[in-house]
Design a protein around this ligand. Structure first.
Ligand SMILES: *[C@@H]1O[C@H](CO)[C@@H](O)[C@H](O)[C@H]1NC(C)=O
Ligand SMILES: *[C@@H]1O[C@H](CO)[C@@H](O)[C@H](O)[C@H]1NC(C)=O
Ligand SMILES: *[C@@H]1O[C@H](CO)[C@@H](O)[C@H](O)[C@H]1NC(C)=O
Ligand SMILES: *[C@@H]1O[C@H](CO)[C@@H](O)[C@H](O)[C@H]1NC(C)=O
Length: 355
């Protein structure tokens, strides 16, 4: 069942050009024209002094070694500030992206804008280029949670930084819960056809979707599915909703532990889904878990493979996930084939415009 190792390729951070230098255009929109050369010089000196002596712009050496980010106000924009800006009703919608995935981010955002939920979106940038790009076009909607690792550091297996990096998804989510917010996490190779927030029945701790292909009855159970051949279920770590409860925090802490305990190999390093499933299984007795309906949140392995099922469940689909396929180009082509690659003709609907 090697597909489970491949379907999560979108977040294979280790093949990405991480820590790309920030675009020189990042600061070009600042109103420099109102400054005289003298004030500009004074400002420049000030910036240098601040850069040298302030701890909050001190980027750890070796972590961001490609080039120092241009001094931008977004470098000191904290998760706490970002959450209070985008949070609506104590809830945020997040994704985690690096620069190569900006087209997918934009596609996802167009679909969210159609449900009028874009104001709640916070993009967690994995590099400075994405942080600047998003905030330049859509101020306040991107934040970077340090540390940023370049590909080289990320390859140092066994280092503390490496483990932190692999556990970044659950640790970002945990930080958000600890600040008191409910959070919906999405991979960006998804398209909303409806509003998932309206599907969160009841008051459970953690909501998630099944990544298995076999068709379930419409009235299927909302309990964690029983373990499969690998001794654990196949819940997708691609779409998760968590409330800021002790139960949800317990799942995330367990997920981080499972990631840190699992023996790493090159084929497994980008895949945090098994660890998420072990965490769910091992906490199921203490935590209120909720499996979302398959018809609303089908795996790509079902939606893109069974036209009969799609017809039968027409009108019920809420989020389509472009998984069970490997590669950037293939994902884009499949979205195009199904009329779900919205950036071609509808970029004007995105808060980011065309990118
Ligand atoms: C905010 O939360 C309340 C209570 O959970 C809910 O009834 C209401 O619809 C929510 N409002 C929005 C805009 O989501
Ligand atoms: C790793 O995470 C721990 C706990 O969150 C933190 O204290 C530490 O500074 C991090 N180390 C690195 C290298 O990021
Ligand atoms: C679903 O519906 C079928 C037929 O109406 C019924 O036999 C079955 O018990 C239901 N299953 C659940 C989990 O409610
Ligand atoms: C496709 O969906 C139909 C309708 O739900 C189902 O009867 C059929 O078994 C499915 N085909 C496969 C190959 O799973």
């Amino acid at each position: 069942m090697s597909m489970f190792l491949h379907q999560r390729s979108l977040h294979n951070a280790f093949s990405n050009p991480f820590a790309a230098p920030p675009p020189s255009s990042a600061n070009s929109k600042r109103p420099i024209s109102i400054l005289t050369p003298t004030t500009l010089l004074v400002l420049l000196c000030l910036v240098m002094v601040v850069g040298v002596f302030s701890p909050w712009v001190n980027i750890p050496h070796g972590i961001f070694s490609v080039s120092k980010p241009a001094v931008s106000k977004w470098n000191s924009y904290t998760l706490d500030q970002a959450l209070s800006f985008v949070g609506k009703n104590g809830t945020v919608i997040i994704c985690i992206v690096s620069q190569p995935y900006l087209p997918f981010l934009n596609n996802w955002l167009i679909s969210i804008t159609r449900q009028n939920r874009q104001d709640m979106v916070l993009v967690i940038a994995e590099d400075y280029a994405s942080l600047y790009k998003v905030n330049e076009r859509w101020p306040g909607h991107a934040v970077l949670i340090p540390p940023v690792l370049d590909a080289e550091s990320a390859h140092k297996f066994g280092s503390k930084g490496f483990f932190n990096f692999t556990a970044r998804r659950p640790s970002h989510l945990l930080k958000i819960l600890e600040l008191g917010y409910s959070v919906m996490y999405n991979d960006v190779d998804m398209v909303w056809l409806g509003d998932p927030l309206l599907q969160l029945e009841g008051n459970h701790d953690v909501y998630f979707t099944d990544d298995m292909i076999p068709i379930k009855p419409l009235n299927h159970s909302h309990a964690l599915p029983p373990p499969g051949k690998k001794g654990r279920p196949y819940i997708c770590s691609c779409m998760i909703f968590l409330r800021p409860t002790d139960g949800a925090k317990l799942v995330l802490r367990r997920w981080i532990e499972e990631l840190q305990n699992q023996p790493w190999s090159r084929t497994q390093k980008s895949n945090d889904q098994p660890a998420f499933n072990w965490a769910l299984m091992k906490t199921a007795k203490e935590v209120d878990l909720y499996l979302l309906p398959q018809a609303a949140f089908p795996t790509g392995g079902l939606y893109f493979k069974n036209k009969t099922w799609v017809k039968e469940t027409k009108g019920k689909h809420v989020i389509i996930h472009n998984n069970y396929i490997v590669g950037f180009e293939k994902k884009i082509k499949r979205f195009r084939d199904y009329g779900l690659w919205l950036v071609d003709d509808h970029a004007d609907e995105s808060p980011l415009g065309r990118i």
